[in-house]
Write a new protein. Sequence first.
Length: 150
Amino acid sequence: MAWVWIRLGRKNLDPATPVKFGLGLLLLALGFAVMAWASMYVAAGEKVRPTWLITIYLIHTLGELCLSPVGLSSVTKLAPRRFLGQMMGMWFVAASLGNLLAGKLAGQFDENALARWPALCLPMILLPVGLGLALIIFSKPVKNLMSGAN
């Protein structure tokens, strides 16, 4: 992904940071859509190939690469110098809280109730799509706010 951003930057096509975040969220939603699709087949009693899992990992990894390095770079650019260490710490606290929330949500998945799995994936598709599209749509004002922070 770093190669993609550098290549786009050389052509003056590098997306703004909020757009990259939005793309990461859309990729997250796409990965869960693949999971919901595969779980529909499993719920119907069919077997699925392990390629669905590889596909989800690939999509989620690409989404993570749109978020994490870009976010860390944004924190170092936007944080006041004297609070940089604390802001980096807050970035990782936010990530750990996200992992805690993901664990709580995953705890709702019951391996004995396979028919519910596609529906349980739905919020994990709709929320990132909504947030991702909002970031992309409002990227210009958000970018302006970010440039005014320094």
